[in-house]
Design a protein around this ligand. Structure first.
Ligand SMILES: NC(=O)c1ccc[n+]([C@@H]2O[C@H](COP(=O)([O-])OP(=O)(O)OC[C@H]3O[C@@H](n4cnc5c(N)ncnc54)[C@H](O)[C@@H]3O)[C@@H](O)[C@H]2O)c1
Length: 423
Protein backbone atom coordinates (compact mmCIF):
# COMPACT_ATOMS: atom_id res chain seq x y z
CA UNK A 1 0.00 0.00 0.00
CA UNK A 2 1.30 3.47 -0.92
CA UNK A 3 2.43 5.70 1.94
CA UNK A 4 -0.39 7.84 3.25
CA UNK A 5 -0.14 11.63 3.12
CA UNK A 6 0.11 13.64 6.34
CA UNK A 7 -3.18 13.66 8.20
CA UNK A 8 -5.07 13.89 11.45
CA UNK A 9 -8.40 12.20 10.98
CA UNK A 10 -10.73 10.10 13.12
CA UNK A 11 -10.78 6.68 11.49
CA UNK A 12 -9.07 5.44 8.32
CA UNK A 13 -11.34 2.39 8.27
CA UNK A 14 -14.16 4.67 7.08
CA UNK A 15 -12.37 5.40 3.79
CA UNK A 16 -14.38 3.06 1.56
CA UNK A 17 -17.69 4.38 2.86
CA UNK A 18 -16.41 7.93 2.32
CA UNK A 19 -15.36 7.15 -1.26
CA UNK A 20 -18.79 5.73 -2.07
CA UNK A 21 -20.45 8.90 -0.76
CA UNK A 22 -17.98 11.20 -2.55
CA UNK A 23 -18.76 9.42 -5.82
CA UNK A 24 -22.47 9.78 -5.12
CA UNK A 25 -22.05 13.55 -4.70
CA UNK A 26 -19.89 13.66 -7.84
CA UNK A 27 -22.83 12.34 -9.81
CA UNK A 28 -24.74 15.56 -9.01
CA UNK A 29 -21.76 17.81 -9.79
CA UNK A 30 -21.48 17.65 -13.59
CA UNK A 31 -20.07 21.17 -13.98
CA UNK A 32 -17.23 20.53 -11.56
CA UNK A 33 -16.63 17.16 -13.22
CA UNK A 34 -16.16 18.83 -16.62
CA UNK A 35 -13.73 21.26 -15.05
CA UNK A 36 -11.84 18.39 -13.39
CA UNK A 37 -11.51 16.61 -16.74
CA UNK A 38 -10.11 19.75 -18.36
CA UNK A 39 -7.75 20.40 -15.44
CA UNK A 40 -6.41 16.84 -15.76
CA UNK A 41 -5.32 17.67 -19.32
CA UNK A 42 -4.19 21.27 -18.86
CA UNK A 43 -2.67 20.98 -15.32
CA UNK A 44 -3.11 24.69 -14.40
CA UNK A 45 -1.88 24.18 -10.82
CA UNK A 46 1.37 22.34 -11.61
CA UNK A 47 3.84 23.31 -8.85
CA UNK A 48 1.24 25.26 -6.84
CA UNK A 49 0.54 24.54 -3.17
CA UNK A 50 -2.98 25.22 -1.91
CA UNK A 51 -4.18 25.17 1.70
CA UNK A 52 -7.97 24.94 2.05
CA UNK A 53 -10.00 25.55 5.21
CA UNK A 54 -13.49 24.35 4.28
CA UNK A 55 -16.29 22.12 5.51
CA UNK A 56 -14.92 18.60 5.02
CA UNK A 57 -17.91 17.22 3.16
CA UNK A 58 -18.29 15.02 0.08
CA UNK A 59 -18.77 18.11 -2.11
CA UNK A 60 -15.55 19.69 -0.85
CA UNK A 61 -13.82 16.37 -1.53
CA UNK A 62 -14.85 16.71 -5.16
CA UNK A 63 -13.43 20.23 -5.30
CA UNK A 64 -10.16 18.85 -3.88
CA UNK A 65 -10.19 16.13 -6.55
CA UNK A 66 -10.56 18.77 -9.27
CA UNK A 67 -7.66 20.83 -7.91
CA UNK A 68 -5.50 17.72 -7.49
CA UNK A 69 -6.29 16.68 -11.08
CA UNK A 70 -4.98 20.10 -12.09
CA UNK A 71 -1.65 19.38 -10.42
CA UNK A 72 -2.11 21.20 -7.08
CA UNK A 73 -0.40 20.02 -3.91
CA UNK A 74 -3.15 20.28 -1.33
CA UNK A 75 -3.69 20.44 2.41
CA UNK A 76 -7.26 20.50 3.74
CA UNK A 77 -8.49 21.40 7.22
CA UNK A 78 -12.00 21.97 8.53
CA UNK A 79 -13.72 25.35 8.72
CA UNK A 80 -16.09 24.17 11.46
CA UNK A 81 -15.59 21.63 14.26
CA UNK A 82 -18.98 19.97 13.71
CA UNK A 83 -19.19 19.84 9.93
CA UNK A 84 -16.46 17.28 9.27
CA UNK A 85 -17.69 14.01 7.79
CA UNK A 86 -15.17 11.54 9.20
CA UNK A 87 -15.68 9.07 6.37
CA UNK A 88 -15.02 11.80 3.79
CA UNK A 89 -11.83 12.80 5.62
CA UNK A 90 -10.69 9.15 5.65
CA UNK A 91 -11.35 8.75 1.92
CA UNK A 92 -9.50 11.97 1.08
CA UNK A 93 -6.43 10.57 2.81
CA UNK A 94 -6.56 6.88 1.88
CA UNK A 95 -8.30 6.93 -1.51
CA UNK A 96 -7.28 10.27 -3.00
CA UNK A 97 -3.91 10.90 -1.27
CA UNK A 98 -4.85 14.40 -0.04
CA UNK A 99 -3.35 15.58 3.28
CA UNK A 100 -6.36 16.22 5.54
CA UNK A 101 -6.57 17.54 9.07
CA UNK A 102 -10.13 17.26 10.36
CA UNK A 103 -12.08 15.32 12.97
CA UNK A 104 -15.73 15.76 13.77
CA UNK A 105 -16.31 17.28 17.21
CA UNK A 106 -12.76 18.53 17.69
CA UNK A 107 -12.31 21.18 20.42
CA UNK A 108 -11.09 24.74 19.82
CA UNK A 109 -7.41 23.87 20.29
CA UNK A 110 -7.73 20.92 17.92
CA UNK A 111 -9.52 23.10 15.38
CA UNK A 112 -6.67 25.63 15.30
CA UNK A 113 -4.03 22.86 15.41
CA UNK A 114 -5.57 21.60 12.15
CA UNK A 115 -5.46 25.05 10.55
CA UNK A 116 -1.83 25.34 11.56
CA UNK A 117 -1.07 21.89 10.16
CA UNK A 118 -2.53 22.96 6.79
CA UNK A 119 -0.33 26.07 6.85
CA UNK A 120 2.81 24.09 7.71
CA UNK A 121 3.13 23.20 4.03
CA UNK A 122 3.82 26.89 3.17
CA UNK A 123 1.01 27.29 0.62
CA UNK A 124 0.96 29.71 -2.32
CA UNK A 125 -2.85 29.95 -2.39
CA UNK A 126 -5.51 29.69 0.31
CA UNK A 127 -9.18 28.75 0.18
CA UNK A 128 -11.12 29.96 3.19
CA UNK A 129 -14.68 29.60 4.43
CA UNK A 130 -15.28 32.16 7.18
CA UNK A 131 -11.78 33.71 7.23
CA UNK A 132 -10.30 31.69 10.12
CA UNK A 133 -7.34 30.52 8.05
CA UNK A 134 -6.57 34.00 6.72
CA UNK A 135 -6.93 35.38 10.24
CA UNK A 136 -4.50 32.77 11.61
CA UNK A 137 -2.03 33.67 8.85
CA UNK A 138 -2.12 37.34 9.86
CA UNK A 139 -1.89 36.77 13.61
CA UNK A 140 0.07 33.69 14.66
CA UNK A 141 1.57 32.38 11.38
CA UNK A 142 2.97 35.54 9.84
CA UNK A 143 6.14 33.73 8.74
CA UNK A 144 4.01 31.96 6.07
CA UNK A 145 2.63 35.26 4.68
CA UNK A 146 5.46 36.18 2.26
CA UNK A 147 4.86 33.04 0.17
CA UNK A 148 1.11 33.61 -0.23
CA UNK A 149 0.02 34.80 -3.68
CA UNK A 150 -3.72 35.02 -3.04
CA UNK A 151 -6.86 33.15 -2.19
CA UNK A 152 -10.61 32.69 -2.39
CA UNK A 153 -13.30 33.20 0.26
CA UNK A 154 -16.45 31.11 0.19
CA UNK A 155 -18.97 32.72 2.56
CA UNK A 156 -20.68 36.03 3.42
CA UNK A 157 -19.20 36.22 6.92
CA UNK A 158 -15.68 35.64 5.58
CA UNK A 159 -16.06 38.37 2.96
CA UNK A 160 -17.27 40.81 5.65
CA UNK A 161 -14.21 40.02 7.80
CA UNK A 162 -11.87 40.39 4.80
CA UNK A 163 -13.35 43.78 3.90
CA UNK A 164 -12.83 44.87 7.49
CA UNK A 165 -9.20 43.69 7.33
CA UNK A 166 -8.76 45.67 4.09
CA UNK A 167 -10.25 48.78 5.70
CA UNK A 168 -7.78 48.44 8.58
CA UNK A 169 -4.89 48.00 6.10
CA UNK A 170 -4.26 44.54 7.57
CA UNK A 171 -4.86 42.20 4.61
CA UNK A 172 -1.53 41.38 3.00
CA UNK A 173 -2.58 39.59 -0.21
CA UNK A 174 -5.46 39.54 -2.72
CA UNK A 175 -8.54 37.53 -1.76
CA UNK A 176 -11.30 36.87 -4.28
CA UNK A 177 -14.86 36.98 -2.94
CA UNK A 178 -16.29 33.82 -4.48
CA UNK A 179 -19.35 34.23 -2.22
CA UNK A 180 -20.32 37.34 -4.13
CA UNK A 181 -20.80 35.69 -7.54
CA UNK A 182 -24.42 35.36 -8.60
CA UNK A 183 -23.91 31.65 -9.21
CA UNK A 184 -22.83 31.24 -5.57
CA UNK A 185 -24.95 33.35 -3.25
CA UNK A 186 -28.17 33.38 -5.30
CA UNK A 187 -28.27 29.58 -5.31
CA UNK A 188 -26.06 28.15 -2.54
CA UNK A 189 -27.13 30.65 0.14
CA UNK A 190 -30.79 30.65 -0.92
CA UNK A 191 -31.67 27.16 -2.14
CA UNK A 192 -28.82 25.28 -0.42
CA UNK A 193 -29.22 26.86 3.01
CA UNK A 194 -32.99 26.99 2.59
CA UNK A 195 -33.33 23.27 2.06
CA UNK A 196 -30.51 21.93 4.21
CA UNK A 197 -31.40 24.03 7.26
CA UNK A 198 -34.90 22.56 7.34
CA UNK A 199 -33.48 19.11 6.58
CA UNK A 200 -31.27 19.47 9.68
CA UNK A 201 -34.19 20.52 11.87
CA UNK A 202 -36.16 17.49 10.71
CA UNK A 203 -33.26 15.09 11.25
CA UNK A 204 -32.65 16.47 14.72
CA UNK A 205 -36.24 16.80 15.96
CA UNK A 206 -38.60 15.15 13.45
CA UNK A 207 -40.90 18.09 14.13
CA UNK A 208 -43.87 18.83 11.84
CA UNK A 209 -43.60 22.32 10.35
CA UNK A 210 -47.10 22.50 8.91
CA UNK A 211 -49.19 24.83 11.05
CA UNK A 212 -46.23 25.86 13.22
CA UNK A 213 -44.87 29.37 13.59
CA UNK A 214 -41.31 29.61 12.29
CA UNK A 215 -39.31 32.72 13.11
CA UNK A 216 -36.46 33.49 10.71
CA UNK A 217 -33.93 36.11 11.85
CA UNK A 218 -32.30 37.81 8.86
CA UNK A 219 -33.79 38.20 5.38
CA UNK A 220 -30.63 38.04 3.29
CA UNK A 221 -30.10 35.30 0.72
CA UNK A 222 -30.05 32.56 3.35
CA UNK A 223 -33.04 33.95 5.22
CA UNK A 224 -35.09 34.23 2.04
CA UNK A 225 -34.35 30.61 1.22
CA UNK A 226 -35.25 29.36 4.69
CA UNK A 227 -38.43 31.48 4.88
CA UNK A 228 -39.81 30.44 1.51
CA UNK A 229 -39.10 26.74 2.10
CA UNK A 230 -40.74 26.86 5.55
CA UNK A 231 -43.77 28.60 4.03
CA UNK A 232 -43.91 25.92 1.35
CA UNK A 233 -44.19 23.30 4.09
CA UNK A 234 -47.20 25.03 5.60
CA UNK A 235 -45.54 27.02 8.38
CA UNK A 236 -46.58 30.54 9.37
CA UNK A 237 -43.36 32.45 8.91
CA UNK A 238 -42.31 35.55 10.86
CA UNK A 239 -39.20 37.45 9.77
CA UNK A 240 -37.08 39.67 12.02
CA UNK A 241 -34.68 42.21 10.50
CA UNK A 242 -32.61 45.27 11.35
CA UNK A 243 -32.45 46.60 7.77
CA UNK A 244 -35.61 48.48 6.66
CA UNK A 245 -35.27 47.49 2.98
CA UNK A 246 -34.86 43.81 3.78
CA UNK A 247 -37.78 44.00 6.21
CA UNK A 248 -39.91 45.57 3.47
CA UNK A 249 -38.83 42.85 1.08
CA UNK A 250 -39.96 40.22 3.60
CA UNK A 251 -43.28 42.00 4.18
CA UNK A 252 -44.00 42.23 0.43
CA UNK A 253 -43.06 38.57 -0.01
CA UNK A 254 -45.98 37.92 2.32
CA UNK A 255 -44.19 37.31 5.61
CA UNK A 256 -45.12 38.87 8.95
CA UNK A 257 -42.37 41.18 10.18
CA UNK A 258 -41.89 41.65 13.93
CA UNK A 259 -39.16 42.62 16.39
CA UNK A 260 -37.64 39.49 17.93
CA UNK A 261 -38.96 40.28 21.40
CA UNK A 262 -42.52 40.01 20.05
CA UNK A 263 -41.78 37.02 17.82
CA UNK A 264 -40.11 35.21 20.73
CA UNK A 265 -43.41 34.68 22.52
CA UNK A 266 -45.15 33.31 19.42
CA UNK A 267 -42.58 31.13 17.67
CA UNK A 268 -42.35 27.35 17.74
CA UNK A 269 -39.12 27.15 15.73
CA UNK A 270 -36.45 29.87 15.52
CA UNK A 271 -33.73 30.01 12.86
CA UNK A 272 -30.96 32.64 12.87
CA UNK A 273 -29.21 33.46 9.59
CA UNK A 274 -27.85 36.95 10.13
CA UNK A 275 -24.05 36.67 10.37
CA UNK A 276 -24.46 38.78 13.53
CA UNK A 277 -24.16 38.02 17.25
CA UNK A 278 -26.65 37.67 20.14
CA UNK A 279 -29.69 37.59 17.87
CA UNK A 280 -31.42 35.27 20.34
CA UNK A 281 -30.54 36.28 23.87
CA UNK A 282 -31.73 36.21 27.48
CA UNK A 283 -34.89 38.31 27.10
CA UNK A 284 -35.95 36.19 24.13
CA UNK A 285 -35.41 32.87 25.95
CA UNK A 286 -37.41 34.25 28.87
CA UNK A 287 -40.35 34.97 26.54
CA UNK A 288 -40.31 31.67 24.63
CA UNK A 289 -42.97 28.98 24.78
CA UNK A 290 -42.52 25.49 26.20
CA UNK A 291 -40.80 23.26 23.65
CA UNK A 292 -39.42 26.08 21.48
CA UNK A 293 -36.74 24.83 19.11
CA UNK A 294 -33.92 27.07 18.00
CA UNK A 295 -31.15 26.64 15.49
CA UNK A 296 -28.49 28.77 13.86
CA UNK A 297 -27.56 28.57 10.20
CA UNK A 298 -25.33 31.65 10.13
CA UNK A 299 -21.59 31.12 9.98
CA UNK A 300 -20.49 31.35 13.62
CA UNK A 301 -21.95 29.96 16.83
CA UNK A 302 -22.55 33.42 18.27
CA UNK A 303 -26.01 34.18 16.88
CA UNK A 304 -27.63 32.37 19.82
CA UNK A 305 -26.29 33.51 23.20
CA UNK A 306 -25.63 30.08 24.69
CA UNK A 307 -23.91 31.50 27.76
CA UNK A 308 -27.08 33.42 28.66
CA UNK A 309 -29.16 30.33 27.98
CA UNK A 310 -26.97 28.23 30.28
CA UNK A 311 -27.15 30.87 33.01
CA UNK A 312 -30.92 31.03 32.74
CA UNK A 313 -31.44 27.27 32.76
CA UNK A 314 -31.77 25.31 35.99
CA UNK A 315 -31.04 22.03 34.19
CA UNK A 316 -29.28 21.07 30.96
CA UNK A 317 -27.93 20.85 28.46
CA UNK A 318 -29.21 17.29 28.20
CA UNK A 319 -28.84 15.51 24.85
CA UNK A 320 -32.34 14.25 24.07
CA UNK A 321 -31.95 13.41 20.37
CA UNK A 322 -29.45 13.72 17.52
CA UNK A 323 -27.84 17.18 17.97
CA UNK A 324 -30.73 18.31 20.19
CA UNK A 325 -29.99 19.66 23.68
CA UNK A 326 -32.71 20.37 26.21
CA UNK A 327 -32.45 23.28 28.65
CA UNK A 328 -35.00 23.57 31.47
CA UNK A 329 -35.97 26.99 32.84
CA UNK A 330 -36.93 27.66 36.48
CA UNK A 331 -40.67 27.44 35.75
CA UNK A 332 -40.24 24.05 34.06
CA UNK A 333 -40.34 25.25 30.42
CA UNK A 334 -38.08 23.19 28.16
CA UNK A 335 -36.15 24.88 25.34
CA UNK A 336 -34.36 22.92 22.64
CA UNK A 337 -31.07 24.06 21.10
CA UNK A 338 -29.84 22.30 17.96
CA UNK A 339 -26.23 21.54 16.97
CA UNK A 340 -24.85 23.52 19.93
CA UNK A 341 -25.72 26.73 18.07
CA UNK A 342 -23.28 25.95 15.26
CA UNK A 343 -24.27 25.87 11.57
CA UNK A 344 -27.22 23.52 11.94
CA UNK A 345 -27.29 22.30 8.35
CA UNK A 346 -23.75 21.02 8.65
CA UNK A 347 -23.93 19.96 12.30
CA UNK A 348 -27.20 18.04 12.19
CA UNK A 349 -27.43 17.22 8.46
CA UNK A 350 -25.00 16.98 5.55
CA UNK A 351 -24.81 20.60 4.41
CA UNK A 352 -26.02 21.70 1.02
CA UNK A 353 -27.06 19.25 -1.68
CA UNK A 354 -24.25 18.47 -4.13
CA UNK A 355 -26.21 19.87 -7.08
CA UNK A 356 -26.01 23.39 -5.67
CA UNK A 357 -22.41 23.05 -4.46
CA UNK A 358 -21.61 22.10 -8.06
CA UNK A 359 -21.95 25.79 -8.90
CA UNK A 360 -20.19 27.21 -5.83
CA UNK A 361 -17.23 24.90 -6.29
CA UNK A 362 -17.10 25.39 -10.05
CA UNK A 363 -16.74 29.09 -9.16
CA UNK A 364 -13.97 28.20 -6.71
CA UNK A 365 -12.11 25.99 -9.19
CA UNK A 366 -12.28 28.48 -12.07
CA UNK A 367 -11.40 31.40 -9.79
CA UNK A 368 -8.36 29.52 -8.48
CA UNK A 369 -7.24 28.90 -12.07
CA UNK A 370 -7.72 32.61 -12.87
CA UNK A 371 -5.77 33.54 -9.74
CA UNK A 372 -2.75 31.48 -10.80
CA UNK A 373 -2.58 33.60 -13.96
CA UNK A 374 -3.41 36.99 -12.47
CA UNK A 375 -2.20 37.13 -8.86
CA UNK A 376 0.76 39.33 -9.69
CA UNK A 377 -1.47 42.13 -10.98
CA UNK A 378 -3.82 42.09 -7.96
CA UNK A 379 -3.26 44.42 -5.01
CA UNK A 380 -3.83 43.17 -1.44
CA UNK A 381 -7.54 43.47 -0.70
CA UNK A 382 -10.86 41.92 -1.70
CA UNK A 383 -11.49 41.37 -5.42
CA UNK A 384 -14.55 40.31 -7.38
CA UNK A 385 -14.64 37.13 -9.41
CA UNK A 386 -14.51 38.12 -13.11
CA UNK A 387 -18.06 38.19 -14.47
CA UNK A 388 -17.03 35.87 -17.33
CA UNK A 389 -16.45 33.07 -14.78
CA UNK A 390 -19.85 33.68 -13.18
CA UNK A 391 -21.62 33.56 -16.57
CA UNK A 392 -19.64 30.52 -17.68
CA UNK A 393 -20.68 28.57 -14.57
CA UNK A 394 -24.34 29.53 -15.15
CA UNK A 395 -24.04 28.53 -18.81
CA UNK A 396 -22.49 25.16 -17.98
CA UNK A 397 -25.08 24.46 -15.27
CA UNK A 398 -27.95 25.21 -17.65
CA UNK A 399 -26.35 22.97 -20.25
CA UNK A 400 -26.04 20.07 -17.80
CA UNK A 401 -29.70 20.60 -16.83
CA UNK A 402 -30.65 20.30 -20.51
CA UNK A 403 -31.93 23.88 -20.65
CA UNK A 404 -31.42 26.27 -23.54
CA UNK A 405 -31.97 30.01 -23.65
CA UNK A 406 -32.49 32.57 -26.41
CA UNK A 407 -29.69 34.55 -28.01
CA UNK A 408 -29.91 38.22 -28.90
CA UNK A 409 -30.73 38.98 -32.52
CA UNK A 410 -28.34 41.53 -34.14
CA UNK A 411 -31.15 44.13 -33.98
CA UNK A 412 -31.68 43.45 -30.26
CA UNK A 413 -27.98 43.70 -29.56
CA UNK A 414 -27.75 46.99 -31.45
CA UNK A 415 -30.82 48.31 -29.61
CA UNK A 416 -29.39 47.46 -26.18
CA UNK A 417 -26.18 49.25 -27.10
CA UNK A 418 -27.82 52.43 -28.33
CA UNK A 419 -29.54 55.42 -26.77
CA UNK A 420 -31.24 57.01 -29.81
CA UNK A 421 -34.56 55.13 -29.66
CA UNK A 422 -37.20 56.76 -27.47
CA UNK A 423 -40.96 56.47 -27.20
N1 LIG B 1 -25.61 27.54 6.68
C1 LIG B 1 -24.89 27.62 5.58
O1 LIG B 1 -24.51 26.63 4.96
C2 LIG B 1 -24.56 28.97 5.04
C3 LIG B 1 -24.43 29.17 3.66
C4 LIG B 1 -24.17 30.47 3.18
C5 LIG B 1 -24.00 31.50 4.10
N2 LIG B 1 -24.08 31.25 5.45
C6 LIG B 1 -23.93 32.29 6.47
O2 LIG B 1 -25.23 32.78 6.81
C7 LIG B 1 -25.15 34.14 7.23
C8 LIG B 1 -26.10 35.00 6.37
O3 LIG B 1 -25.67 34.95 5.02
P1 LIG B 1 -26.44 35.76 3.87
O4 LIG B 1 -25.70 35.48 2.61
O5 LIG B 1 -27.89 35.53 3.97
O6 LIG B 1 -26.09 37.25 4.37
P2 LIG B 1 -26.87 38.61 4.03
O7 LIG B 1 -25.91 39.69 4.39
O8 LIG B 1 -27.44 38.53 2.65
O9 LIG B 1 -28.10 38.60 5.07
C9 LIG B 1 -27.99 38.75 6.44
C10 LIG B 1 -29.22 39.53 6.91
O10 LIG B 1 -29.27 39.54 8.34
C11 LIG B 1 -29.73 40.82 8.76
N3 LIG B 1 -29.36 41.04 10.16
C12 LIG B 1 -28.19 41.44 10.70
N4 LIG B 1 -28.27 41.52 12.03
C13 LIG B 1 -29.54 41.16 12.36
C14 LIG B 1 -30.25 41.05 13.59
N5 LIG B 1 -29.68 41.33 14.77
N6 LIG B 1 -31.55 40.64 13.54
C15 LIG B 1 -32.17 40.38 12.38
N7 LIG B 1 -31.54 40.48 11.18
C16 LIG B 1 -30.24 40.86 11.17
C17 LIG B 1 -29.08 41.78 7.76
O11 LIG B 1 -29.76 43.01 7.72
C18 LIG B 1 -29.19 41.01 6.46
O12 LIG B 1 -30.38 41.30 5.75
C19 LIG B 1 -23.68 34.51 7.11
O13 LIG B 1 -23.04 34.30 8.35
C20 LIG B 1 -23.15 33.52 6.08
O14 LIG B 1 -21.77 33.34 6.16
C21 LIG B 1 -24.40 30.02 5.93
Amino acid sequence: MAELPKNDIADLALAQQGKTRIEWADWSMPVLRQIRDRFAVERPFEGAKIAACMHVTTETANLMRALAAGGAQLALCASNPLSTQDDTAAALVAEYGIPTFARNGVDRDGYYAHINAALDGAPHYVFDDGCDLVNTLHTTRTEVLPGIRGGCEETTTGVIRLRQMTKDGALRFPMVAVNDTDTKHMFDNRYGTGQSTLDAIFRATNTLLAGKTVVVAGYGYCGRGVSSRAKGLGANVIVTEIDPTKALDAAMDGFRVLPMIEAAAIGDVFITVTGNRDVLRREHFEAMKEGAIFANSGHFDIEIDIVALSELAVAGPRRVRHQTDEYVLADGRRLLLLAEGRLVNLGAAEGHPAAVMDMSFADQALTAEWLTKNWQSLAPGVHDVPVEIDKEVARLKLETMGLAIDVLTPAQEAYLNSWEHGS
